[in-house]
Ligand binder design. Structure first.
Ligand code: PAF
Length: 279
């Protein structure tokens, strides 16, 4: 496995694989890898001739006062995991290499970027779209793999790819959960034992909404009230949003139905966590 920090060198390497039959798969990450990330790698390994991963804690997608400085970093461990999974190359650029001092360009997916996490994290999706497009241009992958846990990110990236006719297929892999239901997240590392227990309220809140839906409830207001009540009843949990939206537009649905995205975000101790399910 090659570990490459220089964007130009990564581009040169990827061009060779991108031209080969079977194409290149790209798994963009911010590192601190868990089973969710590895499921993306395995999806690519099962399909693409070569798999490249990126590990880059992207400063552009963190707002002031957010967790950029303390975001978990575990480069050596991550590289060992990726090597074991058979990844061909890992791109680990420095921030200055991705964003020189006079970097002046941003990718804005207007509208979508202000919904769900974008409403509480202004500028977040501009940072995501900008780095993801730059990674696509460097790697020129046939396919890029993202987790369904970041459902709003998936919507933003899909729209960017469609609007700009970027020649890359977006593959979305299912959420990977701990046995008790907690969605895998690098930010789970912030949780102590008590906060870890409180964090289960996110999945419980989604499960309550799904159960009510399966029992016949279609009114989003009543579904969301039930989901929010679960979060509010849990000590140490402060809900950010509870939403029932169309997964492509991220706009609230008038009535819940097949394909509706139920999404929650909440502050649990020092972490802001998200989770979702598709009805
Ligand atoms: O999902 C993530 O880890 C990040 O948002 C991504 C897609 C790697 C861009 O920095």
């Amino acid at each position: 496995m090659q570990v490459v920090a220089d964007p130009a060198e990564f581009h040169r390497l990827c061009r060779g694989w991108a031209a080969a039959a079977g194409g290149l798969g790209l798994v963009p990450t911010m590192g601190a890898l868990h089973a969710g990330h590895l499921s993306l790698v395995r999806a690519s390994r099962g399909r693409d001739a070569a798999t490249a991963a990126s590990i880059f804690v992207n400063p552009l997608q963190f707002g002031p006062g957010e967790d950029f400085a303390r975001y978990p970093r575990a480069l050596e461990r991550d590289c060992a995991l990726l090597e074991r999974e058979g990844v061909t190359a890992v791109f680990t650029p420095a921030a200055e290499a991705m964003y020189p001092a006079d970097f002046a360009t941003a990718v804005e997916v207007a509208g979508l970027s202000e919904r769900l996490c974008g409403a509480s994290r202004p500028g977040h999706f501009r940072g995501v779209a900008t780095v993801v497009l730059k990674l696509f241009l460097l790697a020129q992958p046939a396919r890029a793999y993202f987790g369904q846990k970041d459902a709003a990110q998936v919507a933003v990236i899909r729209r960017m790819v469609r609007d700009l006719a970027a020649p890359v297929e977006i593959v979305v892999c299912p959420i990977v959960r701990e046995p008790d239901g907690l969605a895998m997240s690098s930010r789970n590392a912030y949780l102590d034992a008590a906060a870890r227990r409180h964090a289960l309220a996110l999945y419980r809140s989604l499960s309550v909404m799904r159960d009510r839906y399966q029992a016949g409830e279609r009114d989003p207001a009543r579904l969301l009230a039930a989901g929010r009540a679960v979060l509010e009843a849990e000590p140490g949990v402060r809900p950010d949003y509870v939403a029932a939206v169309d997964p492509d537009s991220l706009l609230p649905v008038a009535a819940a139905g097949p394909g509706t995205l139920l999404a929650v975000a909440a502050f649990v101790g020092p972490a802001r966590l998200i989770d979702n399910l598709l009805l």
